[in-house]
Design a protein around this ligand. Structure first.
Ligand SMILES: C[S@@+](CC[C@H](N)C(=O)[O-])C[C@H]1O[C@@H](n2cnc3c(N)ncnc32)[C@H](O)[C@@H]1O
Length: 373
């Protein structure tokens, strides 16, 4: 299944809105592909020599590099334009989503109540989304992941799906890049005998990775969890619109209410870089608790590892922490998943941590995988 799949729950941009969104994608691509690559030469040829002339040495630590780069007008311009482009992207998406909000809520209610519905939605009125999600609007998404405007509101999910597509195209990722398809290929190659009956997708957002599991394993029962009601209403309606049976629940990935050994396959997609170290370790422990003997968990994420990188590279990659509301970006980049899977109770012989080869214009996605014999 491709990233930009069409369905009834997508917000419908007007021609003007689509034109503005298209401009922002092109602008982000120019900033990411073109100008970002000029930062190392700018540092080597201009910023470091200037710093040396003033201080008698070149900047060594990330903080020295940051303060030297931030003093440079070319870097400052790139950085402020990048932040502004991200803000503008969400404003432009919000124009479509909030204008289309009532239709989305009505369509979601129809899909959720249709007599031939396949999945289900379980919201918990007593659930309080964790502070890691509510304290900041992660990657500047308007209202944040947990936004719920009441009355069947689906805006958080609609924003997330539209934003995810534009964000990815702005980074230069292909329309054909489906993270779930990459993980499914990995599972088929590494565990050809696995025939899951119960599957769990953790941190599902709009469910764009959950649906491919329901379609790939039609005999399995697929469950998906996230924290926000607005996100989950959208995810459920979207899955119904695509004819996929997925059961969505409002739960914390670190403390679910499923029974021990409920699942044969547990996955997460791009979740780890958006949760704290404590939540990640709880999530791995929960994966171990919920897996049946013979079961497999695969936690996929961006290939962002700080080990072995130069201080300059770390400075470049930490732009998102400071400017794109990604509080856990570096927590994830500095994490070591092998010992964490061991600490979660997995056998050392049943752990695979590494990258998936880049295919079809994707990133070389990172996976932390473990299984029960
Ligand atoms: C980057 S998105 C995941 C993308 C999604 N898996 C996909 O493939 O499209 C991260 C999601 O994790 C959710 N999340 C963050 N902390 C969580 C927690 N403690 N429990 C459950 N979900 C959480 C957020 O609400 C958000 O929807």
């Amino acid at each position: 299944m491709v990233r930009s799949v069409r369905h009834q729950m997508l917000a419908q941009p007007t021609a003007d809105e689509a034109a503005r969104q298209g401009f922002i994608v092109a602008f982000k691509q120019a900033l990411n592909r073109g100008l970002r690559s000029s930062q190392q030469p700018l540092f080597d040829q201009v910023v470091a020599p200037r710093y040396h002339a003033e201080h008698g040495s070149i900047p060594q630590t990330r903080e020295q590099i940051r303060s030297a780069m931030q003093a440079d007008p070319a870097y400052r311009s790139w950085s402020s334009l990048s932040r502004a482009a991200q803000e503008q992207m969400w404003v432009a998406i919000g124009d479509s989503v909030f204008r289309d909000r009532d239709r989305l809520a009505r369509t979601a209610a129809q899909l959720a109540n249709a007599p031939d519905r396949k999945g289900s939605l379980h919201l918990d009125p007593n659930f309080t989304p964790p502070r890691g999600v509510t304290a900041v609007d992660i990657h500047l998404q308007t209202g944040g992941y947990a936004m719920d405007l009441g009355d069947g509101d689906c805006s958080a999910g609609a924003l997330y799906e539209m934003g995810g597509n534009l964000y990815a195209f702005g980074q230069g990722l292909s329309r054909n890049d489906s993270k779930a398809a990459h993980v499914q290929r990995f599972i088929n190659e590494k565990f050809p005998e696995l025939n899951p009956r119960q599957i769990l997708d953790m941190g599902c957002s709009a469910g764009s990775a959950s649906v491919p599991y329901a379609l790939e394993f039609p005999d399995a029962e697929v469950h998906a969890i996230d924290v926000g009601a607005g996100m989950l209403r959208y995810a459920h309606a979207r899955a119904e619109a695509l004819g996929a049976a997925v059961h969505f629940h409002q739960m914390d990935v670190g403390h679910t209410t499923f029974d021990d050994e409920s699942f044969d396959l547990i996955v997460s997609h791009n979740l780890m870089h958006e949760i704290s170290g404590v939540t990640r370790r709880n999530m791995l422990r929960e994966s171990r608790r919920l897996l049946r003997p013979g079961g497999v968990c695969v936690h996929q994420d961006v290939p962002l590892r700080f080990a072995g990188l130069s201080e300059f590279k770390k400075f470049e990659l930490s732009w998102d922490t400071l400017n794109n509301n990604e509080p856990f970006w570096e927590v994830y980049a500095n994490g070591d998943l092998q010992p964490e899977l061991l600490a979660a109770g997995f056998d050392p012989a049943c752990i695979h941590v590494g990258s998936l080869p880049a295919r079809e214009g994707s990133l070389p996605w990172f996976v932390a995988c473990a299984w029960r014999p």
